[in-house]
Design a protein around this ligand. Sequence first.
Ligand SMILES: Cc1cc2nc3c(=O)[nH]c(=O)nc-3n(C[C@H](O)[C@H](O)[C@H](O)COP(=O)(O)OP(=O)(O)OC[C@H]3O[C@@H](n4cnc5c(N)ncnc54)[C@H](O)[C@@H]3O)c2cc1C
Length: 378
Amino acid sequence: MDFRLAPEQEEFRGAVRRFAEKHLAAGALERAHASGYPWDVAKLMAKQGLLGITIAEADGGQGGTLLDAVLAIETVASVCPRSADVVQAGNFGPIRVLAQYGSPPQKERHLERLLAGEAVISVGMTEPDAGSAVTDLKTSATPAPGGWRVNGSKIFTTHSAYADVFLVYVRYAPGVGGIGSVLVEKKDVRLGKTSKFMSGEEWAQIYLDDVFVPAENVLLGEGGFKKQIAGFNVERIGNAARSLALGRYAYERSRAWALERRQFGRLLCEFQGLQWKFADMKMKLDAAQLLLYRAAANADRALPSPEETAIAKAYCNQAGFDVANDALQVMGGTGYSQETLVEYCLRRCRGWMIAGGSVEILKNRIAEHIFERSFPQR
Ligand SMILES: Cc1cc2nc3c(=O)[nH]c(=O)nc-3n(C[C@H](O)[C@H](O)[C@H](O)COP(=O)(O)OP(=O)(O)OC[C@H]3O[C@@H](n4cnc5c(N)ncnc54)[C@H](O)[C@@H]3O)c2cc1C
């Protein structure tokens, strides 16, 4: 076992760091507080080969590994936390599910613009009455000549306010086995008013009012739910990586602060009460990193294991939030102020404890693995 990165991984990480420092460092604070999608960053990243890292070269991607994509998202986040969302959208989110299961015409239609940083795809799973219990979703797909009629609505969808295409979970028939997914274009949905999460991210309710979806836009038919969630585990890895990376970002700022800020005539780092906070932060970050790399490295280019992903995401989500919170405390009023990105990191990390499988739901999954049996929650 070797815990060091291979020379080519180090080289890749170095190239991403140079790119981020050159193009993303300067506007990092403003970007975090700006609304809308950072299209300028997306285009720059496309040119740099940072979108589609794990997507096959034949589909226009880079043919890299999941760990490469994790290195990229962490490195970008360490310079510009907000820009890490673009790495997420271009590698870990529904784009990856589309690349994994899409038909050649579906990929041809959408991937080129997504990989060029000219468009973004959203995943619509959550509904007003189906959050953690996502398999309770009601959005229906009923047969129509040449395709399906889709009716329902989705909430909390990341990027919904400006996405070009939506990967929508639908119900073809009753039960878990009746769930699959379709691709719906922006022109076919009705968006509600734009709302904001505590993180500042925008979302809008998506209404599907008798939308006709041609058969060729079905991504996964009846029985597709398991595959859908297997693909979604990649999204969870990206979500875990950003939690860890933003926690680390806050930690690095607070470490530098503790080395320069003086109170009572001493540097903050000389107070034992704060030293122990730093020791706790460091232990959490290192443990989270190892769990994340295990899940990503074992998956390589395929999909990560549900158990390793659940463990990595639950731990990284909690660690990222705890560390950002402690880092903010160490920085006092400065940490709580919008003059630094520490408060932003805290707000973002809080959201990932809920999004993409909450910490509680992931722990349920881990318990099922421990006891080798399922625990139906109904
Ligand atoms: C920042 C952010 C981004 C998001 N992006 C998307 C997106 O792009 N697409 C999308 O479809 N959705 C998205 N969501 C929605 C997200 O998936 C849901 O919020 C999540 O699944 C929880 O559902 P809920 O909010 O309805 O909470 P509920 O399901 O009502 O849960 C409320 C609380 O109860 C807990 N709980 C529920 N059931 C159990 C149980 N059996 N055991 C223990 N605890 C339980 C939950 O963990 C939670 O803490 C996003 C959410 C956030 C916050």
